[in-house]
Design a protein around this ligand. Sequence first.
Ligand code: ADP
Ligand code: MG
Length: 264
Amino acid sequence: MPRQSRLSRTAARAARSQPLVSRAAPALGARDRRPVIAVQDVTKVYRLGTVSVHALRGVSVRIQRGDFVAIMGSSGSGKSTLMNILGCLDAPTGGRYLIDGMDASKLDEDELSDLRNRKIGFVFQSFNLVARTKAIANVELPLAYAGLSRAERRRRAELALRSVGMAQRVQHVPAELSGGQQQRVAIARAIVTNPALILADEPTGNLDSHSTKEVLSIFTRLNDEGRTVVLITHEPDVAHQARRVIHLSDGMIDSDLPAAVLQR
Ligand code: ADP
Ligand code: MG
C-alpha cells in the first residue's frame, strides 16, 4: 500500500478519535451539495454456471449529502444488489460508482474496508447482532480497529445506545431483547463510528408497526443531524418518511420523485 494513504488514514483516525456520537451534526450539513453517491450506468450480472442473472441493468443515481432516500421495488428488483454496491460490499459488473468523489473500483480491499468502517453505517433486516454477546459489546465492535482505549470504546458505545433509547439494556444479549430493541442496538452499532452515510436494507421488515415507528423516527433524527440516509423498503408508509423515493423495477429505475409528490 502506498505510504501516503497509510499516513492519511492514520491522520483520519486521529482526527476521528475526538468527537463521535456526542458531536451533534457532523460538518456535513445538507447545505453541502456535493454528491456523496454517484452511480453511473451501473450493471450487475450474477453468473450461476451457464445462467446469467441481470440484477441491475443500467442504473444511474446521484445522492447529495444530507439527503434521505428510500429505494422501493418488488422482491428481486435489485434493491439489495444496489445497496451492496453503494456500501462497497460488492463491485458492479459495468458502469462507475463514485463515493465521496472516489472511484470505488480504484480502491484496494484495505481501502474499501477502511472506507466502510469510517464512512458507512449498515443496518439490515435481520439485525445481524452477535448472539450471546451483550448489547454494549455488539456496539463496541466497530470501534475495535479505531485505536481507542477500552474505556473510550465503552463510553462511545454507551452514548450510542443511549441515543437510541437503549441505555437500560446495555447488559442484555440479543435473545433477551425484542425485535425492535435488537434493531435499535444494531442502529447504535451502525452510528457508533459517526458515519456520514447510513445504508439500511429493509430495516423494518421484521418489525411490528410500533417498533417500525420508533426505528423510523431514529432514521429521521439521524438525517436531521446531517447524515445521508438510504433506506430500502417495500412498504409505502416507510418510504414516505424519506424525502425522495426511487423505485426500482427489474434492475432499472422507473421513477425517482420527491416523497411529497407521492403522498398527494
Ligand atoms: P431485492 O433486494 O430487490 O429483492 P436482489 O438485489 O436481492 O433483489 O436480487 C436481484 C436479482 O438478482 C434477483 O433475481 C436475485 O435472484 C438475483 N441475485 C441476488 N443476489 C444474487 C447472487 N449472489 N447470486 C445470484 N443471483 C443473485
Ligand atoms: Mg433485498
